[in-house]
Write a protein that binds this ligand. Structure first.
Ligand code: IPE
Ligand code: IPE
Ligand code: MG
Length: 245
């Protein structure tokens, strides 16, 4: 599904470009906690609180799609304590926010490989996806056990199967996009990474090929809707050319 950025009238009557789809690499939870002498999991818990605030703020900021990077295929390298702690935070988030998200019109989806996840978490993920499937105010996609290379590898496998079954003669870009975890979702217009790191760490390599990027030194547990608002204003000043003259 192709999607251009939403347009909104500014106070002065001009047309301001708004990103319709924002993707966020929520980084810096561990350092935020360590700087304060606290365990890393305290930072992750504070980070989850920030997610709630940002999710609530998005519709009023004109953002209709929000994709957040919660756990990468590489994050399994961390200590068992941290990995299990993060999985518990994900379970709790879904359980506690289910009611509110339904009431606020949030549709929740997940991207990333699910086989490696705990069956209980997987069941919660499927049930919240089904429960919120009719909502349209905000499309929230959470990347858990997500890696762009893993997603592309799985997509290539699906595509090869389609060709082998004779459903497709040859594969084009749309065919591959349709085999990704994000099939049917618009590409992100803007990718934000917190914590001062200026790398993409395997996040949406296909989908963000033409996204604008913003890197902010703010650690994720300190990132507020006001920070997001300022970044969105800056996005409005950018000229996107998509290879045109
Ligand atoms: C981001 O914060 C959250 C996850 C990757 C799960 P980090 O845990 O990477 O925090 P830093 O980068 O170590 O500070
Ligand atoms: C990227 O952050 C993954 C998430 C935010 C979930 P990392 O902290 O894992 O990335 P690197 O290791 O600094 O590249
Ligand atoms: Mg990090």
């Amino acid at each position: 599904m192709a999607a251009g950025p939403a347009q909104a009238l500014t106070a002065t009557g001009g047309v301001e470009q708004r990103p319709r789809h924002v993707a966020i690499i929520m980084d810096g939870n561990g350092r935020w906690a360590t700087e304060r002498g606290w365990p890393r999991l305290v930072g992750h818990r504070r980070g989850a609180e920030r997610v709630k605030q940002i999710v609530r703020a998005c519709p009023d900021l004109g953002v209709n799609w929000l994709t957040i990077y919660a756990f990468s295929t590489e994050n399994w390298k961390r200590s068992t304590e941290e990995v299990l702690g993060l999985m518990k935070i994900f379970r709790r988030y879904i359980e506690r926010e289910a009611e509110g998200m339904s009431a606020e019109g949030v549709r929740m989806r997940f991207i990333g490989g699910r086989e490696r996840l705990d069956p209980k978490l997987r069941a919660l993920m499927s049930s919240i996806e089904a429960r919120t499937a009719g909502n349209t105010r905000l499309n929230l996609t959470v990347a858990i056990n997500y890696g762009g290379r893993d997603e592309l590898t799985r997509a290539a496998g699906r595509l090869a199967q389609k060709i082998a079954r004779g459903e497709l003669a040859e594969a084009g870009e749309d065919d591959l996009a349709g085999c990704l975890d994000t099939a049917g979702q618009p590409d992100p217009d803007l990718v934000i990474r917190t914590s001062g790191e200026t790398r993409t760490s395997n996040f949406l390599p296909w989908q963000a090929a033409y996204a604008e990027y913003e890197f902010t030194p703010t650690m994720w547990p300190d990132f507020t809707p006001e920070h997001l608002g300022t970044i969105l204003e800056r996005f409005g000043m950018r000229e996107r050319r998509f290879g045109g003259a």
